[in-house]
Design a binder for this molecule. Structure first.
Ligand code: KG4
Ligand code: ZN
Length: 316
């Protein structure tokens, strides 16, 4: 069975093709260069650029797979959450294809897609406990099966990726600055500057707006001092941003006893989070700890295609 999935929720337009659980193609057209000059994603521009980039995505998919379109069984697409205009372009492409080819449509959830992106080419068992971290979301989800997702904790304000990007912007790094902070953090001393651990309590919820303000204030106060160290600043920020996540995830592991631990979403490319999650999996001897390969961390069609395939396998 072949499924074509279209992902367009933010600034990537991507087609993923899956056959019997195996990814055959993952074509991505990214707009990062177009939004970089504005310091963040401009929603109107993102939707318009999706249209401009659409021919490339079709052509590249044909070039890579020589796809016989009549043999596609389902057309899946990201229905929510995301930028409205961006989502609409993906939906219109999906509906047009489904109508033209006479195939059924599958609307899907973007965050569920991120979670199943981590399962590409990897074994897993239920229940899954997933930490979803991206530019728009920070949450812990308990997944009992592919039709049963429960959000057990979420951010009350900013998402972790958003916090990274906003701090990075003040420092002067281009959008999205999360990866650059992470790169410098690996060379610095995480105990040099002290920053508050946000929402360091018994709940599973997160808060990043306080850390964002504290980090920006700290940077403005310290940057002109002769002993200011950018790598130490980045390392200290990274420690504060990730420590609470890992701590709450650990409490959730003890309570929900998952068989599989997953980290997913754009910020799952973060080196510290990746290391910490693997350690947690080892500490609690979980059957599987899944860290997605970097190509499946940021938004992509393959993760949506994998989600669609799993849903059809476990059809209720
Ligand atoms: O999932 P994604 O591609 O788009 C959204 O749905 O938001 O995630 C993009 C986010 C950006 O905020 C980016 O700065 C963050 O993921 N990110 C990182 C790293 N790589 C990407 N944040 C921290 N460390 C990284 N290495
Ligand atoms: Zn995403």
């Amino acid at each position: 069975m072949k499924i074509l999935a279209i992902e367009s929720s933010c600034d990537e337009l991507s087609f993923g093709l899956v056959e019997d659980g195996i990814i055959l193609a993952n074509v991505i057209s990214s707009q990062i260069k177009n939004h970089e000059v504005h310091g963040g994603v401009i929603p109107e521009l993102a939707a318009r650029l999706h249209l401009e980039n659409m021919p490339y995505v079709f052509e590249e998919l044909n070039r890579q797979t020589h796809l016989d379109w009549k043999k596609v069984d389902y057309i899946a697409y990201t229905a929510n959450p995301g930028l409205l205009g961006s989502l609409m372009i993906g939906k219109i492409i999906a509906e047009t294809l489904a109508l033209y080819l006479g195939k059924p449509l599958m609307p899907l959830n973007h965050l569920e897609g991120h979670i199943y992106g981590a399962t590409i080419d990897q074994n897993f068992a239920y229940p899954l406990l997933a930490l979803v971290v991206s530019g728009g979301h920070t949450q812990i989800e308990l997944v009992k099966d592919v039709h049963d997702f429960k959000i057990i904790g979420a951010t009350l304000d900013d998402a972790i990726g958003e916090c990274y990007d906003k701090v990075a912007r003040i420092i002067g790094f281009p959008y999205p600055g999360g990866p650059e902070i992470d790169r410098l953090a690996q060379k610095g001393n995480p105990n040099r500057y002290s920053l508050p651990l946000a929402k360091n309590d018994q709940s599973y919820d997160f808060s990043y707006s306080g850390l964002k303000t504290a980090a920006i204030n700290l940077y403005r106060r310290e940057q002109s001092k002769p002993d200011f160290s950018m790598v130490d600043f980045c390392a200290s920020f990274q420690k504060a941003a990730t420590e609470v996540l890992v701590k709450k995830l650990e409490t959730a592991i003890i309570k929900y006893q998952p068989k599989t631990l997953i980290i997913a979403g754009g910020a799952s490319a973060n080196s510290k989070l990746r290391q910490d999650i693997v350690h947690l999996g080892e500490k609690y001897q979980l059957a599987y700890t899944l860290v997605p390969s970097l190509q499946y961390c940021t938004d992509n069609g393959a993760m949506m295609a994998k989600l669609a395939w799993e849903k059809l396998q476990a059809k209720k």
